[in-house]
Design a protein around this ligand. Sequence first.
Ligand code: C2O
Ligand code: CU
Length: 517
Amino acid sequence: MAPVRPSVLRRVVAGLVAAAVLVPLVLLWQTSRAPGRFAVTEAGAFERGSGPRVTTLDGHPGHADHGTGDPAGPAATVGVDDLVAPAGPADVVRTLTARAERVEIAPGRVIDAYTVDGTTPGPTLHATQGDLVEVTLVNESVPDGATLHWHGVDVPNGADGVAGVTQDAVPRGGSHTYRFVAADAGTYWYHSHQVSHEQVRRGLFGALVVAPTPGTTAAGGPEVARLLDGAVDVPAVVHRYGSQRTVQGVVGDLPVEAAPGRAARVRVINTDDAVLPVWVSGAAFRLLAIDGTDVHGPPEVEDAAVVVPAGGRADLLVVAPLDGTAARVELGGAGAVVVGPAGADATLTRRPATTLDPLTYGAPAPLGLDPADVARSFDYVIGRAPGFLDGRPGMHWTVNGHTYPDVPMFEVAEGEVVRMRIANRSGVPHPMHLHGHHVLVMSRDGEAASGSPWWTDSLEVGDGETYDVAFVADNPGIWMDHCHNLPHAAEGLVAHLAYEGVTTPYLLGHATGNEPE
Ligand code: C2O
Ligand code: CU
């Protein structure tokens, strides 16, 4: 046998080492590439959390350690299209037409936008609590297709508007009808959930205001009820088109006429990707509602800012000062809602050093769920790690250590009280949004909530923070649970909540045209 020359040996060894490094990398790259077509239920890893065993959608048994050996076998399935509002005539019927068009967003400043009925924001929809709402979306010219998602409204799953999960994106020339009961009064918004990071940025959204059933007592108490009686009610959709900040599509301040002593309910809706600090110059205020739910016993606040997460809403109650000046609801320091007599104003103030903390704000009241009933607990740990996302190398968001589309599918059974521990270890904050449910904040970093029950659907989770939230699994479906900094969602910061036995006929992936984020 001829001796192997050292140089050959070196090359062989170098080659083997390179292969040892490259082969796993290539495999990782390959497995990270999302298939051209897949159902969301095939994508992620099912997690059952701790709690009793449920029959799983993917046919595998649940955790044996929690199992009771339920011999009943797989539960009957129901498709997302069967999860709909009751039949019958609707109380509110609208058609909304989406277009891609040029819009003059400020004098002389024309942008490529998406509009609803010719404007951005689209029209504000109004309903009264209990109304059956029926909205038909017509896509006239949005090239990638569009949908409408009802952010914060606990709609039936079939009306959730998520392309590839609850419907196909509505193509140009197509239409789709959404039906839901507006069961909860409050401030909400609608937006496209097809290529949402781009379509929302460019304007495909609008406000939805649900008025309480006449005669309901305000959770705020008698003083708030007195002020609300005859108050001006104003939606304030805040959006940045490029660098242009707007409120209700207006650049600069939005004047709202109110005689001295008259109150205004200002419904701030943050449609951007970053937090919006809101404070009031020239008057005290009350934080009336968070994400559509009234705060119980909200005290008057001076010199504090309310931080509205991306996707979140904050209703502020301000009273036009008695001296004839105005109260300015400052929207991040660029534009304000100015409440007072015509022409009145107040001096703009800087953001106060103090931030209102909903964990301790307001008066305690019955929670609406019993934490002792928690049947199932999940962890939603947000991280960041090197890897491949759909074949692209880089630092990517992870959920419980996994990268999209291999993200968790949290599985619950209808009726369970569910606890979720959201821990953010990713280096940046994330506004977390669960579809179809409101969650109750139990604690932050171990500090128990002690103010008004804090129900939310858009929760800012700062880097290093851990929130314990709880909710009742009372709305069957397959629901997204994602970051509402929409570019983050498009980068894979997405997971899902699935009810036992619910299936979807819709598909995601490059070949389908459905791209929810
Ligand atoms: Cu406002 Cu999943 O969205
Ligand atoms: Cu995020």
